[in-house]
Design a binder for this molecule. Sequence first.
Ligand code: AMP
Ligand code: MG
Length: 355
Amino acid sequence: MKRFWICVISAALMLSMTGCSGKAAEEQFFAMDTVIRLTAYGKKAEQAVNLGEECITEMENILSATLEDSDVSAINRAGGEMTQVREETARLVEAAKQYTAATDGAFDITIAPVVTAWGFTTDSHQVPDEVTLERLLQVVDSSAMEAAQKNDSWYVACGENQIIDLGGIAKGYVSDRMADIFAENGITGGTAALGGNVLAWGTKEDGSRWNVGVQDPAKPNDAAALVGIVALENAFAVTSGGYQRYFEENGETYHHIIDPATGYPADSGLVSVTVVADCHTESLEGKPGSGTMCDALSTALFVMGEEKALEFRSGSEYDFDLVLVTADGRVVVTEGVAEAFAFNEESGYLYEIVS
Ligand code: AMP
Ligand code: MG
């Protein structure tokens, strides 16, 4: 059932990417637990979209926490021993560790045992008891993880008793790969929408920017309910929201973004966080780029809450903008994205622009 809603929500986001005519190539499919849509213009559009789909399947096979043959499953089975993995996995784990350090632990891929205890890994939802959560939180600490290269081989090890879940960063990394493929195939304009992770590459054929809708978190099942639209060119927009995956028990709603400080779904006063950042048009050659950054930060800033998130942005080495939706009914955007953001006056939210 949740999967169905994920499809609906993803479709809503994608439908809101408006304004294209005469597409050169387009592909829509289900992977990484979400609906994915790729569009591309250019002489090699067809090839780019096909390569994009192949790449996404390959990345899912490597990075999934539930597929037995993935690198992540191998790391999780290894009980702390160094495990040989693909270069991509090692680079992504290394990047994830850096985001943990930068966000003071708000983003942490070793949160996996806690996410699993809530049943989000397997869609068998339950509220864990406090003793269990306290015990599981003791092993949440990315600094115990290691990623290393020896000659041409790459290795990753968790700390003892740790397991990892790349669900908060993998789609962003895959968006970076889509940017690589678009760059390498001379794509002049295109989009890659992986659920809440959107790459707006180049421009539309008429030279105008891509429109990416920001879903109204209060109406996740209504594709047309947007708090606003961001017009983007060579940029990523990545949204994290409690509304994207949750369950209800005894009248309470529990969502999938866990605060590593408590073990409970983050209750920070934010209902969604959209991180917007430039995508540079040169190829990253497989390395994590700003798509990965947007994904890690959207999760982390959702955990932090409005005040800390804005403080983090001001003092940060990372270059990005924010569209925040708060539980008390405000849409807060940072200056850098205000010009590109068309607020939906009918949405019922109050609109604020902050520095
Ligand atoms: P996102 O939709 O990118 O915000 O990622 C949410 C997913 O990341 C969840 O479904 C979990 O798999 C995982 N996750 C949950 N909480 C965290 C956290 N604090 N840090 C890193 N990953 C998390
Ligand atoms: Mg994320």
